[in-house]
Design a protein around this ligand. Structure first.
Ligand code: FAD
Ligand code: FO1
Length: 455
């Protein structure tokens, strides 16, 4: 990127959280959601700012001791990916710092220590991130920018309000995509240095800092890091995209892309995926179906979490769903399970138990089963609020891709009809869409799925 040419990063991807004249000093990119070096608009913007001032650039990651119920399963995956980021940044002469502790303290301290001229962060609609930013802003005295490097069309550009569903967001995205679905400029080797004050990161010691639940085992079958993500994309494009439309909804087949852990941790850019999908020759219906999920459904989730601050609460459901679920609070539940009975997969339903086991063992439940799995938690729990709590707890404890706007939106869709329409009224569910064991049988071979996930 030519020195100082910020225009290569489309300005509407950037929001100014704190304004001010940029004095001398290094530019800091506080990496959080986008844990990658390539195809990262936030990093590219930070480098443009630094180039403009002939200033050093440094990247920091603040490692929180706990994060929304994450276990060693997710932290292990993330830390392996961050070690790759450290190596890859070094190849571009950009130092990477891992700070231990909550960002609202660590980031302002570091900015002061290095006498930073400006701070750049990446966009994330989750409450915890907005709180981190709000708190650290009170202690920051330099300009602070936020770049949406996750969505192809920046969240605040796609829509200025919560959308009813995919059908209302889709046309807005389609109109803006040509402006935003562009190739990325390359990150430059950074010419301006600052002396490195600390020794190399001890990635083993880092793990001892965490205060988390070690019970969910790591998932060795999914390799972490930016190059593993690129390989997973290549494999999907070459071997699976062509049949995606026909195979993606059958939980007995491995028809999905399996890209969600990489997208969640930002080891792969959705924009890169879309650019590569458009380049390859494959069945058009499958390409369209895949891009609908990758662009419309995924950006709809960020829209939901960005504009609905109750994205993980009953109050975040549409009015019709709240009223209708309220009307059925006292309905007798045919079965009632506690969250630990769900967690041990000991319900009366072998299909539901198989889905829970798939998630617990593989760290990734098939997309079709997530809907059935979640709706049954509503059906077999005393209240919608308790069902919501159990679904979020289990989803975020076991899914590698958990703690993500897609998860909160997916669970709110299943339990509270978010982004869905009202159906005919029935026990417990009210007008929220129902899914049944019989319905699954008509869609795929339930016995095979149960056998595959017997363990
Ligand atoms: P593919 O079918 O290959 O799709 C490619 C990408 O498109 C996905 O990685 C994802 O980014 C996006 N996508 C696909 N389906 C959806 C969807 N329904 N909503 C939003 N984006 C979508 N997704 C998560 O990333 N994390 C979660 O914690 C999560 N929890 C869910 C819980 C429930 C109850 C439901 C109904 C859905 C949940 N989803 C979640 C959405 C979806 O199931 C997963 O994104 C998908 O199964 C991931 O597998 P994949 O990457 O192989 O999907
Ligand atoms: N982001 C951080 O900035 N610091 C963390 O320590 C951190 C831990 C973490 C653990 C599990 C997980 O799934 C996500 C985690 N994230 C962390 C955030 C993550 O990178 C994503 O930004 C959000 O979860 C998705 O919006």
């Amino acid at each position: 990127m030519a020195a100082g040419n910020k225009m290569l990063v489309n300005g509407s991807r950037v929001r100014t959280l704190k304004d001010g004249g940029i004095k001398k000093g290094p530019v800091v990119y506080w990496m959080s959601r986008e844990q990658r070096v390539k195809d990262n608009w936030a990093l590219l913007y930070a480098q443009a700012l630094a180039m403009e001032r002939k200033a050093p650039l440094l990247v920091v990651f603040a490692l929180a001791p706990q994060f929304l119920g994450a276990t060693m399963r997710q932290y292990d995956f993330m830390l392996k990916g961050l070690a790759c980021v450290d190596d890859d940044l070094a190849k571009s002469a950009i130092p990477f710092y891992l700070l231990e502790g909550n960002p609202e303290k660590e980031i302002p301290n570091l900015s002061t220590t290095v006498e930073a001229a400006a701070l750049v962060s990446d966009f994330d609609p989750l409450r915890i991130k907005r709180e981190w930013k709000a708190k650290l802003m009170t202690r920051l005295h330099i300009p602070f920018y936020e770049v949406d490097a996750h969505n192809i069309v920046p969240c605040w550009m796609a829509s200025s309000k919560q959308e009813y569903g995919a059908y209302t967001l889709r046309p807005k995205l389609k109109r803006l995509l040509p402006d935003f679905l562009t190739e990325y400029p390359a990150l430059q080797r950074h010419p301006y240095r600052m002396k490195r004050t600390d020794e190399r990161i001890d990635w083993r010691k880092v793990r001892t800092f965490l205060k988390i639940d070690g019970s969910a085992n790591g998932i060795d079958s999914v390799e972490s890091g930016e190059s593993a993500a690129a390989n997973a994309l290549d494999h999907f494009l070459a071997q699976k995209l062509n049949d995606y439309n026909g195979r993606r909804n059958d939980p007995c087949l491995d028809g999905q892309s399996n890209l969600s852990p990489y997208l969640h941790f930002g080891q792969l850019a959705a924009q890169r995926v879309a650019l590569e999908v458009n380049k390859v020759r494959a069945d058009q219906k499958s390409k369209d179906a895949f891009l609908e999920e990758l662009i419309v459904r995924r950006e709809l989730s960020d829209n939901f979490c960005f504009y609905n601050e109750a994205y993980d609460r009953f109050e975040g459901f549409p009015r019709w769903a709240q009223e209708s679920l309220n009307g059925h609070r006292s309905d007798k539940r045919e079965y009632i399970y506690t969250v630990s009975q769900f967690e041990e997969a000991i319900t009366h339903d072998p299909l539901w138990n198989a889905a829970q086991r798939e998630m617990a063992r593989k760290g990734k439940m098939h997309g079709y089963m997530r809907m059935y799995w979640c709706k049954k938690i509503l059906e077999w729990t005393q209240s919608p609020e308790e069902a919501l709590g159990s679904a979020i707890y289990l989803n975020d404890k076991y899914e590698l891709d958990g703690r993500d706007p897609n998860g909160y939106a997916g669970i709110a869709w299943s339990i509270g009809g978010v982004h869905d329409r009202a159906w005919f009224d029935r026990k417990v569910f009210g007008k929220v869409r129902y899914m049944s064991y019989g319905g699954c049988r008509s869609k795929f071979d339930v016995e095979t799925y149960i056998k595959q996930n017997r363990f």
